[in-house]
Design a protein. Sequence first.
Length: 369
Amino acid sequence: MAQDGRQDLCDLTLEELTRFAIEVLAERPYRAAQIYRWIHQRGATDFEQMTDLSRELRQRLPQVARLRPLEQDLAQHSEDGTVKYRFRTRDGKLIESVYLPAEDRKTLCVSTQAGCAMGCTFCMTATLGLQRNLSPGEIVAQVHAVNYQIASKEGGTRPLTNLVFMGMGEPLHNFDNLKTALRILQSEEGPHFSHRHITVSTVGLVPMIERFGKETNVKLAISLNASTDEQRSRLMPINRKWNIEKLLEACRRFPLRQGRRITFEYVLMREVNDADEDAHRLVGLLRDLPAKVNLIPYNENPGLEFHSTGQDRAERFREILAGGQIAAFIRKNRGRDIAAACGQLANLEPSTEGPGGLNASPASRRPPS
Ligand code: SAH
């Protein structure tokens, strides 16, 4: 509920909106379905667009309800086709979403929090700290806004095909809102995304992985990023609470659908976690899991003194994993020129100094010694 007492309709599942229609609007349930489709299928951001509602209802709605939780603030286009969108919440928080078009899919990388509390030492979003959780409507509105823009350029009713919850924030640290957003995004009367086309990535909040497995049906990705606890604790403070063994234990218990695997993300950082021994240890760790590994060459960030692993090293790392029967892929880094790649989302102003340069400088942080 908004501070002014009006209900944010984008936050509600169809069941909740139906209750609202009956109890607050004194309308029949089918009205709720109409409004829900306007919001979540047709991207309406104003009650006046809902032309099949009576004029009387259209005028009454803004007195008790609101739409449009986000305003678009900026769109930056990369030379590789990636687009970084920046949105402003009503209370002035900035969040980013990244559109990644490919031949066979159109993916949106979605944010779940403004900033992040996890404090990973190599990630730019962590420098913001946690500002706040995004509401279900703010999560969903990123998808609607981008869908709408692509549709108006390229046609189609729902051009986005895949969603990855790998933008700003830790999705499982905002689990209830994530879950509501997933219900809306998967609903038949909404954008109707398939569970096969949605992936949620986590740093490894172990108790939440269990709930995530029980209460949702979408795919799981784990940001592993290290092959020993010592290394991982230095890179990802969460490891001091739930170490690699506990994390992998939770993965073994995870209720996987048939044919599905857990994706492990491993950001390759030069001379930090990219040695042959790391790859061999990784094989040992993942051997008994239905796993696939995404190797992500590190995207360098101003003020963070980590460096990317070269292509040859990345390839060698991949080969060692493959030799140990672990399927591994080197992820292409997209959108680096507009700071839209993994771990670069931090609301920095676009550069005036040409690609790659960023004119804001966060507090300098050092790599682990
Ligand atoms: N908090 C969740 C969701 C964000 S996903 C999670 O961490 O899983 C963002 C991914 O980008 C994570 O796998 C993270 O390890 C990776 N990442 C962070 N900083 C990066 C950087 N500078 N270069 C490449 N990948 C990075």
